[in-house]
Design a protein around this ligand. Structure first.
Ligand SMILES: *Cc1c(COP(=O)(O)O)cnc(C)c1O
Length: 354
């Protein structure tokens, strides 16, 4: 029935998320979820809201959450945009800030939603190669373009760029929006939010899906100059007045009221990441230095797809990307101690102690 489709739908190349298997009892290390549940305060807040208010529309502006995020990050509420996961925030960024009839720049190895949004909105994507060590070279991001975007730490490499390099990119490109996608910054990075008052072209996005254990709630946000935020509000209010439901708003607010839990949850992942990295290296893997809740690793003797298949036979799933430069790598989410032990216990047989 594709004759009913709008013409541009024929050319869409949708994003393919990591598998969410229906099977239980899998060791699921493929989509960078946190091994712990959210803070108990989040659960309480959501339960109270379910009991009290589900009949009513949510606040279209989610002011309670914007105020909480503004306080937490030391900015004003006018500098905060919230959305249904940071994926939605990113979509509005591509639509509202990157359509200037010029290419948008991002790394050749990066979050695979960027090319999808480029395609959806007809924006030319110019891929900037990472260096041999998979690091971003800040001096490569310049010239005539309509926008710049990269995650920090980058995904799926896990590599962190120093704040000084982000400042270089923002300063070298004062006339284009520079977006830093900080989905993983809480696992050891330093946020560029502290730079937004000095660089009106700098916009930072974060998500509650990873470090706050709330992938199922769908909350993300952007912080930057009020003029950038205003563009996103215009797009949002032309598309969906209520992207955040009542449960998402109260749950997200509560997540920022339990700093102790947040610290423990992120420290746990960081400790496990260091343990998993060392153990993988002992098994002969090359592991990129990660500041995220995953590691990107390759074994010099065995193809990435074969290792992924071997793990799957043992009910362990990791992410393998069939893409140039990383087709032999695996992206492995840092799970609980037990999950990580299951992975490390299964690998020697698969890689034959190379
Ligand atoms: C997970 C992730 C996101 C999206 O997060 P949601 O808030 O769950 O939509 C955005 N960018 C990167 C780099 C990610 O890894």
């Amino acid at each position: 029935m594709s004759r009913f489709w709008s013409p541009l739908v024929h050319d869409l190349v949708p994003y393919v998320p990591g598998e969410q298997p229906k099977l239980v009892n899998l060791v699921k290390l493929n989509t960078n979820e946190h091994p712990w549940g959210p803070s108990p305060r989040v659960i309480e807040a959501i339960q109270a809201e379910v009991s009290a208010n589900l009949r009513l529309y949510p606040d279209p502006n989610a002011d309670a959450l914007k105020n909480k995020l503004a306080d937490y990050h030391g900015v004003t509420a006018e500098q905060v945009f919230v959305g249904n996961g940071s994926d939605e925030v990113l979509a509005h960024i591509f639509y509202g800030l990157f359509q200037h009839g010029k290419p948008v720049l991002f790394p050749d190895i990066t979050y695979s939603f960027y090319p999808v949004y480029s395609g959806l909105y007809g924006i030319e994507a110019r891929l900037i190669p990472l260096d041999e060590q998979f690091a971003v070279r800040p001096e490569d991001y310049s010239g005539d373009c309509g926008g710049i975007i990269f995650p920090n730490p980058n995904a799926p490499t896990g590599r962190l760029m120093p704040l000084a390099d982000i400042e270089t990119i923002a300063a070298n490109n004062p006339d284009v929006p520079v977006v830093v996608d900080e989905a993983y910054v809480d696992f050891g990075g330093e946020s560029a939010i502290q730079l937004v008052d000095r660089y009106p072209n700098l916009l930072v996005t974060q998500t509650l899906s990873k470090s706050r254990s709330l992938a199922g709630l769908r909350v993300g946000f952007a912080i930057g100059h009020a003029d950038l935020i205003e563009a996103l509000e215009r797009v949002k209010n032309s598309f969906n007045s209520y992207p955040l439901d009542r449960l998402a708003i109260v749950g997200a607010v509560a997540a920022y009221e339990d700093e102790t839990y947040f610290r423990e949850a992120t420290d746990y992942v960081i400790r496990e990441r260091e343990r998993v990295t060392a153990a993988l290296q002992t098994l002969g893997f090359e592991v990129l230095p990660s500041v995220a809740n995953f590691v990107l690793a390759r074994h010099p003797g065995i193809a990435g797809a074969d290792i992924a298949a071997g793990l799957r036979e043992r009910s362990i799933i990791v992410r393998h990307f069939n893409k140039p430069r990383i087709e032999n790598h695996l992206r492995i989410t840092i799970g609980s101690t037990e999950q990580n032990d299951a992975l490390l216990g299964a690998l020697p047989e698969i890689v034959g102690y190379w």
